[in-house]
Write a protein that binds this ligand. Structure first.
Ligand code: 3PG
Length: 396
């Protein structure tokens, strides 16, 4: 692994791709984990005399500058954490003559942040013109954006192809944590997959079904499986074009004879609205007029039991509509059960990680990944282009 220890950063302008794609509400950052986890790399580079230019995306502005997705609030928050100024190089074009001038004026140990790289279409297209412009700002490149490493964009792959490149401390830590799970997980190895759609989790389902000793499927995606079993799921979210896939996966599960948990009861309501009347019902009793928005208490008990016997657990995706009361309970119960389980535990994905943080259980979990999609792709055994490009970088 090309780590920071192999670089000489003294007096160099170092472009650092971070993942500051933080959740925001009404202009305020609601979870600063990704900013805090980038501090180690930034501090290391400051101590080693680098002039630091940070790059990140925020949201999905699709090549259009939008004030709501500006990184300005992130620059402010980062300055608080670093307890020193962070220059926000505000320019919707991300790179311009002004920005180049500002970067040239940086001194050793100083930190600047560019505007949201996705304000420019060339970022996601990884086009040469934008990657060249970005590269012209610096001498060296560090990828510390694990959460974005499954994307091949100008600010990661484009830069690694153009500058001597290294992987930051956050990326190093992520790989260290995932290594035992990827190579020889202590068994029983249990995966909990949740979230809205089966289609977001096809790759990981197909991969894990051959590897794990226990599989727990929760969240709205569970209703596609329940319907595939021939059950009435009412108005619950179902992907009808994934019913065959769900059946295939369940056949494989039956062949391997692993512990398989689908909800046995769910919390149903007429609509997904805060404090709407709701009740737990057995999955055989879902009213055709109602929809399920969370797992029920019996399911929670079964999950708890399995987690207590597991030695390795990976969890990605909430058990219900976590953001709307009272449908947060299943996700919270899983978070608590995982904290109590003696297993080596890895949690990835915004909502599951947020549940852990909100309940103050972060210390009880072995690793909370900063990557949702990236951690899934890693568990699928895929190569992450943002990391691979650094490892292959001919320059360093
Ligand atoms: C994430 O939040 O998973 C990463 O920042 C990547 O964001 P994206 O899915 O919009 O590419």
């Amino acid at each position: 692994m090309k780590t920071l220890d192999q670089g000489n950063f003294k007096g160099k302008t170092v472009l650092v791709r971070v993942d500051f794609n933080v959740p925001m509400k009404d202009g305020a950052i609601t979870d600063t984990t990704r900013i805090e986890r980038s501090l180690e790399t930034i501090q290391y580079l400051r101590e080693h005399g680098a002039k630091i230019v940070l790059l990140s995306h925020l949201g999905r502005p699709k090549g259009q500058a939008q004030e709501a997705m500006s990184l300005a609030p992130v620059a402010k928050k980062l300055a608080e954490f670093l307890d020193s100024p962070v220059q926000f190089l505000k320019d919707d074009q991300v790179v311009s003559e002004d920005v180049k001038k500002w970067v040239k004026e940086l001194k050793e140990g100083e930190v600047a942040l560019l505007e949201n790289t996705r304000f420019v279409k060339g970022e996601e297209a990884n086009n040469d013109a934008f990657a060249d412009q970005l590269a012209s700002l610096g001498d060296l490149y560090v990828n510390d954006a694990f959460g974005t490493s499954h994307r091949a964009h100008a600010s990661n792959v484009g830069l690694a192809n153009r500058l001597p490149s290294y992987l930051g401390r956050l990326v190093e830590e992520e790989f260290k944590a995932f290594q035992p799970v990827l190579t020889e997980p202590e068994r029983p190895y249990v995966a909990i997959l949740g979230g809205a759609k089966v289609s977001d989790k096809i790759g990981i389902l197909q991969e894990l079904v051959d590897k794990v000793d226990g599989l727990i499927i929760v969240g709205a995606m569970a209703f596609t499986f329940l319907k595939a079993m021939g059950l009435e799921v009412g108005k619950s979210l179902v992907e009808d074009d994934k019913l065959d896939l769900a059946r295939d996966i369940m056949e494989k599960i039956a062949d391997r004879d692993i512990d398989f948990i689908l909800p046995m009861d769910v919390v149903v309501a007429k609509e997904l609205k805060a404090n709407t009347p709701s009740k737990p019902v057995a999955i055989e009793d879902i009213d055709p007029e109602l929809a399920g928005f969370d797992i029920g208490p019996q399911t929670v008990e079964r999950i708890k039991k399995l987690l207590m016997t597991a030695k390795t657990v990976v969890w990605n995706g909430p058990a219900g509509a976590f953001e709307v009361e009272p449908f947060e309970k299943g996700t919270e119960a899983i978070a608590k059960a995982l904290a109590e389980s003696p297993a080596f535990s890895i949690v990835g994905g915004g909502d599951s990680a947020a549940a852990i943080e909100q309940l103050g259980l972060a210390r009880e979990i072995d690793h909370i990944s900063t990557g949702g999609g990236a951690s899934l792709e890693l568990l699928e055994g895929k190569t992450l282009p943002g990391i691979d490009a650094v490892e292959r970088s001919r320059h360093a």
